[in-house]
Design a protein around this ligand. Structure first.
Ligand code: NAD
Ligand code: KPL
Length: 305
């Protein structure tokens, strides 16, 4: 009998994972905040995944945070700023050898979650898949990608990677997951805030090459100082490549701001600046970027953390 996948966070990525696991016949349970959300979910009849224009509804069973059945495997699919508090509400339900898979972008939230549940194994993930909600309990699979998973304190891959194989979730076990997360964080720091401040698509940053290059050199310095030299290698070239390859797209942070949604700034640029300060590393352009972005968010009435 397979272990149940509990999914915390019925948003874009949570739904993308829940529906594919359920489609493969694996046991999945969705965890929603409260009875009102549970009733709304039950009225909808399940989670809908839209792929290549085709919508399919999956009646994944759901429960509230208040349910007290033990949890052995938990996919944490909340935003970085919600992850720690959401997991804290479930900590008492975790079985002794529970495993958590943390899908959050950026860095900082994973360590906060791990500190809340020291008895559990926390597996970090970095995903390039793309999905967005086009209605309550409805998600559009927008971009095929890959998910790397890893555990820097215990490099042996878990057997449930077979479930991901069965569900058609493209993935790989990574022995250097922190390097991957730092590299993605650096890419996001070099691109996303500037797209917000210059009000442009990723491709618009081709008009701001000097600014991008200066940020890349400060980010590379930071990565070298915090024990991640591999993540620093050819950073600027990769940033330029991503800007070209995604020229027509709006960055995720741009989309958050445009839709009046809280950003994950504290786990991206905020985390970079915090780690730099801890290493007494002076990175003036990165700090100035953080200040400009925070001021911009405040003028839009959005949280600056
Ligand atoms: P989302 O906002 O669509 O979904 C998060 C869900 O978590 C929401 O439904 C929210 O209500 C729920 N939630 C928050 N706190 C909760 C609580 N206490 N109890 C129950 N539910 C709770 O977010 P998303 O886009 O799926 O992103 C999740 C993470 O994955 C982010 O860190 C994001 O950066 C990362 N990511 C997203 C994508 C993507 O394409 N969407 C791609 C790569 C990485
Ligand atoms: O991941 C991204 C995002 O928009 O969050 C890219 C496309 C790499 C830009 O930083």
């Amino acid at each position: 009998m397979s272990t149940t996948w509990h999914i915390l966070g019925a948003g874009s990525l949570g739904t993308l994972w829940a529906t594919r696991l359920a489609r493969a016949g694996l046991p999945v349970r969705l965890i929603v905040r409260d009875t009102a959300r549970l009733q709304a979910y039950q009225a909808a009849g399940g989670l809908t995944l839209v792929e290549q224009g085709q919508a399919q509804c999956y009646p994944v069973p759901a429960e509230t945070l208040a349910n007290d059945a033990p949890i052995e495997r938990l996919l944490v699919a909340c935003k970085a700023y919600d992850a720690e508090a959401a997991v804290a509400q479930l900590a008492h339900r975790l079985a002794p050898a529970a495993e958590l898979i943390l899908l959050q972008n950026g860095l900082g939230s994973q360590d906060a979650v791990a500190a809340r549940v020291p008895q559990a194994r926390c597996i970090f993930a970095s995903s390039t898949e793309g999905a967005f909600r086009d209605g309550d309990w409805r998600v559009v699979f927008a971009g095929h990608g890959y998910t790397w998973l890893g555990d820097s304190s215990h490099p042996v891959a878990p057997i449930w990677l077979d479930d991901l194989e069965a569900a058609g979730i493209p993935h790989a076990w990574s022995v250097d997951i922190l390097t991957r997360l730092w590299r993605k964080l650096a890419l996001n720091c070099a691109i996303n805030p500037l797209t917000v401040l210059h009000d442009c698509r990723n491709g618009g940053l081709q008009q701001h090459q000097c600014e991008v290059a200066t940020l890349c050199s400060e980010l590379a310095l930071l990565l070298e100082h915090c024990g991640q030299p591999a993540a620093a290698q050819d950073l600027q070239q990769e940033v330029e490549r991503v800007i070209l390859a995604t020229a027509a797209n709006y960055s995720s942070m741009y989309q958050d701001v445009a839709n009046q949604r809280r950003t994950e700034i504290s786990y991206l640029l905020g985390h970079a600046c915090e780690v730099a300060a801890r290493h007494q590393l002076v990175l003036p352009h990165l700090n100035q970027l953080q200040q400009r972005l925070m001021a911009h968010l405040r003028t839009r009435g959005l949280p600056s953390d």
